[in-house]
Design a protein around this ligand. Structure first.
Ligand SMILES: Cc1cc2nc3c(=O)[nH]c(=O)nc-3n(C[C@H](O)[C@H](O)[C@H](O)COP(=O)(O)OP(=O)(O)OC[C@H]3O[C@@H](n4cnc5c(N)ncnc54)[C@H](O)[C@@H]3O)c2cc1C
Ligand SMILES: *[C@@H]1O[C@H](CO)[C@@H](O)[C@H](O)[C@H]1NC(C)=O
Ligand SMILES: *[C@@H]1O[C@H](CO)[C@@H](O)[C@H](O)[C@H]1NC(C)=O
Length: 543
């Protein structure tokens, strides 16, 4: 993949819009004073230290702290609403103090770990809020003997993979492919990566968690109970608590794994559409050590100069050697035409680098790259999701490509399930898409132009393709992945219709599991202190 996880763009927004509402300002200043007084008393932090942990809007470091982990440029414009305060806890007691004192100041908090939320809900909202930024709490403690690790919420996935690799070359962890994604949001929202067919989702590989609940209690799995521990494995941390850390289960990986990338267009002898017809049969059913993602993109036509054609790129990880996967594909997926020359045998950590950047082997990337947090890097992005339950016909695939060529800007990623995913019951965790789902689709569009017209054009294109996809994807309700946050499927306005609004997006994410999530939410956070535009609603009394 030539594309790194985030584009590094250099568009300076030279707009200075100062929108001040004196009423809102007065309210903010009351929150500020009440919170600070309470927080200083509660945590016993000396006032000289306080300005290094609590950042008011007039603190010269406020913008740097806010933007370091604000990964979507759509939510870091001069018009974006900002937090009243930013709190950057150094220890657990600071989180407890922040929860209690935010309640005292009558304001809610948004917790941010890696800041990769596609709609910025961890750091931007029209509602007044305090940002609880977890970046100081990012220790990863690996215990190879017991095959577990304790991962603090503010750690990135890259840090998790690196710390495991430091201690063992035959262990790994099944989570996302972008190293700067934060553990707190990713894991509590389900999480998947290139080992999903062998080991399931990230939430299928957890043994414990430490949280601070809405009453300010610090609790582990035993203390929070089975229900809440179930809810935070995919139901979204932002609805229930502050996640302090997860205890994860390491998984075995072979010393050598194989990666490959093979591309076809609509113009090659084996066309991209034919390739995808066969891919849909093989990818969700083959040996569970093999994960074959497909990127559907556009390429320059070789036949008609100046025109675009559709391209399918198969990007794959096999937890085994090249000879074995070449022979397996020869039998099951002949249209792929995979040869040993197309494959690279690498260590598992090198495969992690390769998923981050397809040129990592040529570049000689070192694992230390995984520790790079790329602070203040962001791009304009829109993402959407879908699930496919029945293979799409060749005609359907051609229609999809035709629409993509018309729209020009948007790409799709197909991520196959099957394997371990089929073995786990749909109610084992809040994430309901197990047996019966062939693959997940991500819609992806990123751009550089900061103008509102550009944003409208690109987000509009994503919506249009989503509409054309309707006959090919899940329905009643049409499913969506919480971690691919997308406001188009509905948001909560926290008014009279809060429950109905929550039910509308909630059943898209969680299907039948939505009800249990609401029951747990109503029990552990009846005041709806932990909330965002797509959080689990509280059940109205009497229902
Ligand atoms: C470049 C990129 C690549 C991605 N790749 C993958 C992938 O391979 N697989 C995949 O499954 N997903 C992927 N995602 C999606 C990603 O999993 C989600 O965006 C995830 O929620 C990000 O977690 P975060 O901590 O970085 O985000 P944040 O923006 O910090 O948080 C996201 C949500 O979780 C809540 N939250 C965060 N931390 C805590 C906490 N400590 N306690 C309670 N609630 C918390 C926030 O309040 C917010 O609601 C990718 C996203 C990006 C931008
Ligand atoms: C973040 O990066 C932008 C360029 O993308 C730069 O203009 C800005 O000054 C940086 N902001 C902070 C707070 O460091
Ligand atoms: C795969 O290998 C064959 C030779 O065995 C080569 O012709 C082809 O270009 C390779 N494909 C890719 C995508 O590298």
């Amino acid at each position: 993949m030539a594309k790194p996880c985030l584009g590094y763009l250099s568009f300076a927004v030279l707009l200075l819009v100062v929108l001040t509402l004196s009423v809102a300002e007065a309210a903010d200043s009351a929150i500020h004073d009440t919170f600070l007084k309470c927080f200083a008393e509660n945590t016993k932090i000396a006032s000289a230290e306080l300005t290094k942990i609590v950042f008011a809007q007039n603190n010269p470091s406020f913008a740097t702290v806010l933007y370091n982990l604000a990964r979507n440029k759509r939510y870091r414009t001069p018009l974006t609403s900002k937090p009243v305060l930013i709190v950057t806890p150094l220890k657990e007691s600071h989180i407890q103090g922040a929860v209690l004192c935010a309640k005292t100041a009558n304001v809610h908090i948004r917790t941010r770990s890696g800041g990769h939320d596609y709609e910025g809900v961890s750091y931007a909202s029209k509602e007044s809020f305090i940002l609880l930024d977890m970046f100081n709490l990012r220790e990863v403690t690996v215990d190879v003997k017991n095959e577990v690790a304790v991962v603090q919420a503010g750690a990135t996935l890259g840090e998790v993979y690196y710390r495991i690799w430091e201690k063992s070359k035959v262990h790994g962890f099944p989570a996302g492919v972008c190293p700067t994604v934060g553990a707190g949001g990713h894991i509590s929202g389900a999480g998947y990566g290139s080992m999903v067919r062998k080991y399931g989702l990230t939430i299928d590989n957890l043994v414990d968690a430490k949280i601070v609940d809405a009453k300010g209690n610090l609790l582990d799995k035993k203390g929070m109970g089975e229900d809440l521990f179930w809810a935070i494995r995919g139901g979204g941390g932002g609805s229930f608590c502050v996640i302090v850390s997860f205890t994860i289960k390491l998984v075995p990986v072979p010393e050598k794994v194989t990666v490959f990338r093979v591309e076809k267009t609509l113009e090659t002898k084996v066309s991209a559409a034919d390739l995808l017809v066969q891919w849909q049969k093989v990818a969700p059913t083959t040996d569970n050590r093999l994960f074959m993602r497909v990127l559907l993109q556009l390429a320059n036509s070789e036949v008609q100069k100046g025109k675009l054609t559709g391209q399918a790129s198969i990007v794959a990880l096999f937890l085994g050697g090249a000879d074995e996967v070449v022979s397996l594909m020869g039998k099951e997926f002949p249209l792929l035409g995979l040869t040993k020359e197309n494959c690279s045998e690498v260590s598992w950590i090198q495969s992690v680098l390769w998923w981050n950047n397809g040129k990592s082997l040529e570049n000689g990337d070192k694992p230390e790259i995984l520790l790079n947090r790329n602070l203040n890097a962001s791009s304009f992005m829109k993402r959407k999701s879908d699930y496919v339950e029945k293979a799409i016909s060749k005609e359907g695939l051609e229609t999809i490509f035709k629409t993509m060529i018309e729209l020009k800007s948007i790409g799709l990623v197909f991520n196959p399930y099957g394997g371990k995913m089929d073995e786990i019951s749909p109610d084992a965790t809040p994430f309901p898409r197990r047996k019966g789902t062939l693959f997940k689709i991500q819609y992806s569009v990123s751009w550089d132009d900061p103008s509102p017209t550009a944003a409208q054009e690109f987000t509009g294109a994503a919506k249009q393709l989503h509409s054309v996809m309707t006959p090919y994807v899940s329905s009643n309700p049409r499913g969506a992945y919480l971690n691919y946050r997308d406001f188009d499927i509905g948001i909560n306005n926290f008014g009279q219709n809060s429950f109905e609004e929550g039910k509308s997006y909630g059943t898209k994410f969680f299907g039948k599991n939505f009800d249990r999530l609401v029951n747990i939410k109503t029990k552990v956070d009846p005041d709806n202190f932990f909330r965002n535009e797509q959080s689990i609603p509280v059940r109205p009394s009497g229902e």
